[in-house]
Design a protein around this ligand. Structure first.
Ligand SMILES: Cc1ncc(C[n+]2csc(CCOP(=O)(O)OP(=O)(O)O)c2C)c(N)n1
Ligand code: SF4
Ligand SMILES: [Mg+2]
Length: 278
C-alpha cells in the first residue's frame, strides 16, 4: 500500500534528456515554494510521460494524446491547483495535435511541457512529426503555436542547458500561476537510444534570451526570427513569445465550490422525472 504514495525512480536510459526536464521542474517547484499538494502533474503515454510517476505531487496518466483535455478539466475543476501537463512530441503533435491547437487557442491556466526528442521513444524509434527525415521536414511546434490566435506563452529549452531550462520552467509556471493562461514549453530532450541529437541540436540553436535586440512580446518579430532561422537550418531557444496582458480562460463555476444541496433542486428533478412518465 505504501508504494502507491511513494514516487517511482526514473526508468529512462542513462543520458536521456528527460532527466534534465524532471530536474528543472522539481527545482522550479521548490524555488517557487509550491507545496506538493497544490500541484497536479498529468502525463501522456511515452517515455516522457513516465515523469509523472517520479514526482510526489498529485498525478494522472492520461490516454496517449489526451493529456491536454484531461489537464484542462483539472484546471477548471480546481483553479487553485497548479496544473502541469507533460508528454512527448508524438503524444502532443501527432495523435494529440488537435488538442494542442485548441489548448493554445482557448488558453486555459496550465503549463504544458513537451519533451521533444523527434522520435517515438517508448515504441522503439518510429518517426515523429518533429523528425527531419528523407520523407518530410520536421514540424516546428513553436511556429505552429505562434500561428494560433490566443497564444500567450511559447518557449523552447534544451535539456543540456540546465540553467536556462530552469529559468524557462519558472517563467512558464509564473505565467500560468498569474492567471495568464497556457504556458507552452517545448524542451529539446534527446533520446540517446533511438535518435541522439545532442550535438546537432546544440549547434542549431540560437539563444534568444541572450539577444538584447530580441523582443519576445513582439509577435511579428517572433515569427520572422523563426522563419529566418529555419531558412538557415537553425531554430530559436529561450522565450520566443510572451503576452503579459493575456487572460487565462475563465473556469466555469467549480464543482468543488458549489453548494450541492440536492433539496434546492428537488422541484427541477421531479419535473424532469415526471416528463418521462407515461
Ligand atoms: C491510442 C494509442 N495509440 C498508440 C499507442 C502506442 N504508443 C505508445 S507511446 C507512443 C509514441 C511515443 O512517442 P512520444 O509521444 O514522442 O513519447 P516518447 O516516448 O518519445 O517520450 C505510441 C505511438 C498508444 N499507447 N495508444
Ligand atoms: S528510449 Fe529514448 S526517450 Fe526512452 S528513456 Fe531511452 S533515451 Fe529516453
Ligand atoms: Mg518522442
Amino acid at each position: 500500500m505504501t508504494k502507491t504514495y511513494t514516487p517511482a525512480e526514473p526508468i529512462w536510459c542513462a543520458g536521456c534528456g528527460d532527466f534534465g526536464v524532471q530536474g528543472a521542474l522539481e527545482r522550479s517547484l521548490i524555488d517557487l515554494n509550491i507545496a506538493k499538494h497544490d500541484v497536479m502533474i498529468l502525463a501522456g503515454i511515452g517515455c516522457s510521460g513516465t515523469l509523472q510517476n517520479n514526482v510526489g505531487t498529485y498525478g494522472y496518466h492520461a490516454l496517449h494524446g489526451r493529456v491536454l483535455p484531461a489537464a484542462t478539466g483539472v484546471a477548471f475543476a480546481n483553479p487553485d491547483l497548479t496544473v502541469i501537463a507533460v508528454g512527448g512530441d508524438g503524444d502532443g503533435f501527432a495523435i494529440g495535435a488537435g488538442h494542442f491547437v485548441h489548448s493554445v487557442k482557448r488558453n486555459p491556466n496550465l503549463v504544458y511541457i513537451v519533451m521533444n526528442n523527434s522520435v517515438y521513444g517508448l515504441t522503439k524509434g518510429q518517426d515523429s512529426p518533429t523528425m527531419d527525415s528523407s520523407a518530410a521536414e520536421g514540424l516546428d511546434s513553436t511556429r505552429l503555436a505562434l500561428s494560433i490566435p490566443g497564444a500567450s506563452f511559447i518557449a523552447r529549452g534544451f535539456s543540456r542547458w540546465s540553467a536556462q531550462l530552469h529559468e524557462l520552467t519558472v517563467a512558464a509556471l509564473e505565467h500560468t500561476r498569474a492567471g495568464r493562461g497556457f504556458a507552452f514549453l517545448e524542451v529539446l530532450s534527446p533520446c540517446v537510444t533511438y535518435n541522439d541529437t545532442y550535438a546537432s541540436w546544440e549547434s542549431m540553436l540560437d539563444n534568444l534570451d541572450e539577444d538584447p535586440d530580441y523582443d519576445p512580446t513582439d509577435l511579428s518579430m517572433a515569427f520572422s526570427r523563426g522563419v529566418a532561422l529555419d531558412a538557415e537550418g537553425r531554430m530559436p531557444a529561450g522565450v520566443i513569445y510572451r503576452n503579459d496582458g493575456a487572460v487565462g480562460k475563465e473556469a466555469p463555476p467549480s464543482m468543488a465550490g458549489q453548494d450541492l444541496n440536492p433539496a434546492q433542486h428537488l422541484d427541477a428533478y421531479r419535473g424532469i422525472m415526471n416528463s418521462y412518465a407515461v
